[in-house]
Design a protein around this ligand. Structure first.
Ligand SMILES: [Zn+2]
Length: 296
């Protein structure tokens, strides 16, 4: 690509990072050092289509400084990373979002899985800055996953690291992937809302409030224990497969999940591994998408 801000080929200027989530689409300008500015957010379920939502946010941030755009989506991509095959809670199947957006805004666009983007950010400027081998779960409406080996993303045929679809209990509820009892149906925000309802707690109860009341509220403790137990199955399986230095929990519920896991030991000492909250929280997807875009 031609990079007007850095004629010698060094990364310069800014990119726009976009994170398409099950609840919100976020976008911000990102500098080469990961600094974020101008964060914008709209609800995914607004009346516009996802490509229109993304374009609208990008146009609000676009200026001569912007050399490329990176977009993270919550799902699988074809081998070339051009077209969404599925996107979990977001309907993007068959959409060549990168090409579509690139044609509309006249900038190169890199498309990748949102958890891959988040791990790029945590490796560069976040919780995994000094780690070599990392497993990351992003915890929101659904569960995203990404794995780094020697600080390089493990890609397989393009979609390695779908940790939301590790089996926790094959007799469990149906998952969007067509199987039953995947980690996503046991540890996502959607799953926790189900545990909250099962415990007779009011709709809208937050995990943060449960963490505050767990010592004197048995219902809160029940919800958090169910969540932690399911997490252990998912994390222990990931540690068995990848033997990482670090498991990073990101997304909107990453910090709460890491807190709950402080009191939940691995189900076997074989799978002992530090579990930490992502440093960049909900911003990791946007920052990682922006950082990836510098190589567009
Ligand atoms: Zn699944």
């Amino acid at each position: 690509m031609t990079n007007p801000a850095a004629p010698d080929g060094a990364p310069g200027g800014a990119t726009i990072g976009v994170d398409v989530g099950g609840t919100n689409v976020r976008a911000a300008k990102i500098r080469p050092d990961g600094a974020l500015s101008g964060l914008l957010k709209v609800r995914t379920d607004s009346m516009s289509s996802i490509p229109d939502l993304v374009e609208g946010l990008v146009r609000r941030l676009l200026d001569d400084d912007v050399v490329a755009v990176g977009v993270g989506i919550p799902g699988r991509l074809d081998r070339d990373g051009r077209t969404a095959l599925s996107a979990g809670f977001v309907n993007l199947a068959g959409v060549a979002l990168g090409e579509l957006l690139s044609a509309r805004i006249a900038r190169p666009v890199i498309l990748d899985n949102d958890a891959h983007m988040a791990l790029v950010a945590e490796l560069a400027v976040g919780a995994a800055k000094t780690a070599d081998h990392v497993v990351m779960f992003t915890v929101g409406t659904g569960i995203g996953g990404a794995v780094a080996e020697s600080r390089r993303l493990l890609r397989g045929r393009g979609n390695a690291g779908q940790l939301g679809h590790l089996t926790v209990d094959p007799a469990g509820p149906a998952c969007k992937c067509g199987r039953y009892g995947c980690s996503e149906v046991f540890v996502s925000g959607t799953a926790v809302n189900g545990y909250i309802a099962d415990a007779g707690l009011p709709k809208g109860t937050t995990v943060e409030s449960l963490l505050r009341t767990r010592d004197h509220d048995p219902a809160a403790a029940t919800v958090l224990d169910r969540w932690a137990e399911a997490w252990r199955h998912a994390i222990d399986s990931a540690v068995a497969a990848f033997d990482p230095d670090l498991v990073v929990l990101g997304g909107g519920l990453g910090f709460a999940a890491a807190t709950v896991l402080q009191n939940a030991a691995p189900t076997s000492p074989w799978f002992d591994c530090p579990v930490v909250a992502a440093v960049l929280g909900d911003d990791a997807g946007v920052i990682g998408a922006g950082l990836r875009a510098f190589s567009a």
